[in-house]
Design a protein around this ligand. Structure first.
Ligand SMILES: [Zn+2]
Ligand SMILES: [Zn+2]
Ligand SMILES: [Zn+2]
Length: 509
């Protein structure tokens, strides 16, 4: 499809299905009835194309990854197969990124199926100057290919959305334990595990021709989850084939627990008598035969596994990244250099990320796994925490090994054999790559510029903000003290020059 078409379509405003109130703090006993959308296939292979001009990726799982996700519930009259094709651009990189996946999980015809596709994207290849608000991908094209195995198929859709994962619950979807669980048996919890919107029209981001032939489909009941507060589809006419909630009384149906089996209809004021004529409607309630759990299967997965108890405070995580960015800016300013991506580009006109990626043969240096450019994590090699900047000596790692490596020195993380190989590839001096102390060049510069450091650098309003009862500047300073390991006392140095205590940090730290 020509780009021109996208441009005309993108003005279509995203349409929510109705004006029902999202009240918050749901009990799991509320519901809404929505009409699905229906499409009569004209071809055996139908390509539904969804398009978004811009999607902002949100860092997840403390791993420097963002995830782009697409999903919803689909009903197909005839047997069918589904393939997803995703393509997008990253500003500053010419090549377009493309990923495909054929759904391998069992798809049933004659009933509703929860389906979805997601792609992790490494955030370390972005030219962002370390502002996390700028993890932007562009011209994002998601193609859902429905191949009907028999002629004259009819499809129905409900609760489709296409976005980055940006869930704000569970402390913004942070925490290593959540990451582990997210990756286990993900396909069983798709799409609810993406925490996308469930009340958009199927046509919201659809730009392909089918859009003009969508009709009203059958009514679908969406039930609330008491943890994430969403309404999610239940398969009310075929409850055994569950969509978003496990059944309550599977063996002893009918479920006689009213808490689990009857759901107040929240949007009843908007419904017509026809919407309420279904056998599952009793007055203002939906009555389920088997009953459903109060929480959706995704929330249940995190809840039952206790991952939520171990969550680090997300505030703390945001501060960690702020402190890391502060260090990066500090080191680069002291070395009087721009952030490496820009500098490199001006020098060689070649994309820095691509250069590192190819230098490492498109593989994670630690495990040797082949990775796509947008799956690469740029590791500093010599740790940022010890005042080494990101430059052309960076290492190409996969997400997992980047997380494990983090602030470790190469000698702490690699085997002897790996260390020798890494030294050859990166060209870092043997003495440096085997060292375990702060970058002496930057420490020197820091001492020489100690007045600038306290009076200008730390005076940045962003660093003077109090978070979690402490000034951010105090934390930045404290992390430097740790790194300098008593060899240099920055406050003493400042006092020597200015005859006072630096005003930008607190005395009692
Ligand atoms: Zn939930
Ligand atoms: Zn029950
Ligand atoms: Zn690896």
């Amino acid at each position: 499809m020509e780009k021109k078409n996208f441009r005309t379509y993108q003005r279509r405003s995203v349409t929510r299905r109705s004006g029902f109130k999202v009240t918050g703090n749901k009990t799991g006993g509320e519901s809404i009835i929505l009409s699905s959308e229906q499409y009569q296939c004209t071809n055996k292979t139908e390509r539904f194309i969804f398009y978004k001009d811009v999607i902002e990726l949100v860092p997840l799982f403390e791993e420097e990854i963002g995830i782009i996700a697409f999903g919803g519930c689909l009903y197909s009259l005839k047997k069918f197969e589904i393939t997803f094709n995703l393509s997008y651009s990253i500003p500053g990189i010419e090549e377009r990124f493309e990923h495909s996946k054929k759904l391998t999980k069992q798809l049933n015809n004659g009933t509703w199926n929860p389906i979805g596709f997601h792609k992790e994207i490494s955030l370390s290849i972005f030219d962002v100057n370390f502002k996390p608000s700028e993890f932007i991908i562009k011209d994002v094209n998601m193609e859902m290919v429905v191949k009907s195995l028999e002629a004259e198929n009819v499809l129905q859709f409900i609760s489709f959305d296409f976005d980055s994962i940006r869930y704000q619950g569970y402390q913004g979807y942070q925490g290593a334990d959540l990451a582990k669980l997210f990756k286990q048996k993900t396909s069983m919890h798709v799409p609810q595990i993406y925490y996308l919107k469930t009340d958009l029209l199927f046509s919201s981001y659809l730009v392909s021709d089918q859009i003009d032939r969508l009709e009203k489909g059958e009514d679908v009941v969406l039930k609330s989850c008491n943890r994430c507060d969403r309404y999610l589809p239940i398969n009310i006419n075929d409850e055994i084939n569950t969509l978003s909630f496990s059944l309550h009384c599977k063996k002893k149906a009918p479920c006689k627990h009213s808490l689990f089996s009857s759901y107040k209809i929240d949007n009843i004021a908007e419904l017509t008598p026809a919407n309420l004529k279904h056998p599952y409607v009793r007055g203002e309630l939906i009555v389920s035969h088997y009953g459903h759990q109060l929480e959706c299967t995704s929330c249940k997965k995190y809840y039952v596994n206790g991952a939520l108890n171990k969550l680090r405070n997300s505030q703390q995580f945001r501060e960690d990244s702020l402190r890391r960015r502060a260090l990066e800016v500090l080191v680069n300013t002291l070395l009087d250099k721009n952030i490496v991506h820009f500098e490199f580009k001006n020098k060689t006109k070649k994309e820095f990320s691509e250069y590192i990626w190819k230098k490492f043969d498109c593989r994670c240096f630690k495990c040797g796994t082949k990775i796509a450019l947008d799956e690469m994590h740029l590791d500093h090699t010599m740790p940022l925490a010890y005042l080494y900047r990101l430059d052309e000596t960076a290492t190409c790692l996969c997400a997992e090994h980047n997380t494990k490596k983090r602030d470790h020195f190469p000698v702490e993380f690699y085997t002897e054999e790996e260390l020798i190989r890494l030294q050859k590839i990166t060209g870092i001096d043997e003495g440096v790559i085997r060292s375990t102390h702060a970058n002496p060049e930057v420490v020197d510069l820091l001492v020489k510029n100690v007045v600038w450091f306290f009076d200008e650098f730390l005076s940045d309003p962003e660093y003077q903000k109090v978070r979690d009862d402490r000034r951010t500047s105090d934390k930045i300073y404290a992390s430097l003290v740790r790194v300098l390991n008593c060899k240099v006392d920055l406050v003493d140095e400042y006092h020597l020059a200015m005859k006072k205590f630096p005003p930008t940090i607190s005395e009692e730290i």
